[in-house]
Ligand binder design. Structure first.
Ligand SMILES: [Zn+2]
Length: 494
């Protein structure tokens, strides 16, 4: 009708509507990320027998491999940005090892080093990759580890293929306990430096009549990021839970702890066994510096090796599988990376502290230090050689509405809860022990209460104010990613 009455103006109208639609389509095509691609791979990082095992105040030597250790990698690419996430079955990994791995990857496939997040799971039955207490690393294993972590990333990108992702959050409160306790007055022993001002006791005796209450919360959340092939077959799964580790291995055993068991169980639950290329699952550690798997109120019966870690891994796999049943998958997700380095001061010993420590060490007979004052005296002497400041890496990755942030510390759980509550991304995964190792990071308030995690050692030497500085930096990085992905920022960047 319109055409017949006023043909010229009708054509103009139709053309302008068409151009507007075309223009909108072009804008959408430019701002929306391309279809997501993902690849995953594992790289075996099992050591040889005879290496030092990390995780205790005394060294242990590997006499058996119970289960293989892996670096597990997920690589993502949205057409503009690509990055890799790697979780390694290790207690802690020194920054030099991760930096060497990142350099190999950068040289081979030109992936910027800031686009790699590499973390340790915190298995306490893995080879020493960083000197802690009386465990010293084998330099051969350190070199091997760098190469094999790099292989995991390169192999994951070799497997890259069209993919879709979904994410969700579950809960598993029954396996997380705050391990720092308020005790009846006068029942906390002096610290290793002979001072009697600790108001918190780490790992108190189970069932003790002197227990009052835990002095911190727990974080029961189980975060799940599921990746599928475009046809719906499972490709990879990343989970995150704030639990130090479980333990209970055989003596001298190398094991990936419940992190490895979980990866195996969830693969089975998802029906993803024996795929080509193989499905990859990883469990990363949340903020669990003060969280463990011991119910201090109730004395439990002793269990055979591996039984307790299998219970925890099974419950976690059940919960993650439940979450997976209701996920909605998308084949597009905006990827962003933000990273920065921070200079933090160290709590170093005074000349008087060093003199006192040397006197203690002069009395020691034999090569093994047995008492806490002896062990911390050695730490004092070693720390005296440290520079007064250290540079640490903090990182924030964005995958659509989800964020993953990383710190190189064993963060107290309150730090994780704070970041999660203030993050502009939901959910926000927090990976600890990532891109290096800088020991415990208590909150400022927890620092004042003393206790094991605050005793000055190579495993606890960051300045008291480290936590607020790190939290502020991470929130800043998250906001940067949010701004980069806002519609205004995207259209103005063209
Ligand atoms: Zn630890």
């Amino acid at each position: 009708m319109l055409l017949r009455n006023n043909r010229f103006w009708d054509w103009i109208l139709i053309c302008s509507i068409s151009l507007t639609i075309l223009g909108c389509n072009l804008l959408i095509a430019e701002t929306a990320p391309a279809s997501l691609r993902a690849g995953a791979a594992t790289s075996n990082i099992t050591p040889w027998l005879g290496v030092s095992i990390n995780g205790g105040m005394r060294d242990r030597t590997a006499s058996h491999i119970h289960d293989e250790l892996h670096a597990r990698c997920l690589a993502l690419d949205d057409g503009k940005t690509r990055f890799a996430i790697v979780a390694c079955d290790s207690c802690v990994i020194h920054r030099d090892i991760f930096d060497a791995a990142k350099k190999i990857v950068k040289d081979k496939i030109n992936l910027p080093t800031a686009n790699m997040l590499m973390c340790a799971t915190h298995s306490h039955s893995a080879p020493t990759a960083c000197g802690i207490f009386q465990s010293d690393p084998d330099p051969q294993y350190q070199k091997y580890l760098s190469r094999k972590i790099a292989d995991a990333v390169i192999r994951a990108f070799n497997n890259i293929t069209p993919a879709r992702i979904g994410w969700g959050v579950g809960k598993l409160p029954q396996h997380v306990f705050n391990r720092r306790w308020k005790m009846k007055p006068g029942t906390i022993p002096p610290n290793p430096f002979g001072e009697k001002n600790d108001q918190a006791r780490m790992n108190p005796p189970v069932g003790s009549k002197d227990l009052i209450e835990p002095i911190g919360p727990t974080d029961p959340e189980v975060l799940v990021l599921s990746v599928q092939h475009a046809d719906g077959r499972p490709l990879a799964l990343v989970s995150n839970y704030a639990l130090h580790y479980v333990g209970g291995t055989g003596a001298g055993h190398i094991s990936a702890d419940y992190f490895g068991m979980f990866a195996d169980l969830i693969q089975q639950r998802l029906g993803a066994d024996r795929q080509d290329p193989p499905f990859v699952a990883m469990l990363t550690n949340g903020c669990s510096g003060d969280i463990n798997n011991i119910n201090f109120r109730v004395r439990s019966k002793s269990r055979p090796p591996y039984e307790q870690m299998r219970r925890v891994a099974t419950d976690l796999a059940d919960e993650v599988f439940r979450v997976c049943q209701s996920l909605q998958y998308k084949d597009r997700a905006k990827l962003n990376v933000a990273q920065k380095t921070l200079q933090l001061a160290l709590r170093l010993p005074s000349p008087q502290d060093v003199e006192k420590a040397q006197k203690i060490l002069a009395q020691v007979k034999g090569p093994i230090l047995k008492t806490l004052p002896e062990i911390y005296a050695r730490e004092t002497v070693l720390l005296a050689e440290y520079k007064p400041e250290v540079e640490i890496i903090v990182q924030a990755l964005q995958i659509g509405d989800l964020a993953i942030v990383a710190t190189p510390c064993e963060n107290f759980v309150e730090i994780g809860l704070e970041i999660k509550s203030k993050s502009p991304f939901h959910p926000t995964f927090i990976f600890e022990l990532a891109n290096g190792y800088n020991g415990y990071m208590p909150t400022v308030a927890q620092h004042k209460l003393g206790g094991y995690e605050t005793w000055r050692a190579r495993s606890s030497c960051l300045e008291v104010n480290a936590a607020p500085k790190v939290v502020d930096s991470i929130l800043d990085l998250l906001r940067q990613n949010k701004e980069k992905s806002s519609p205004v920022a995207q259209s103005s960047s063209h």
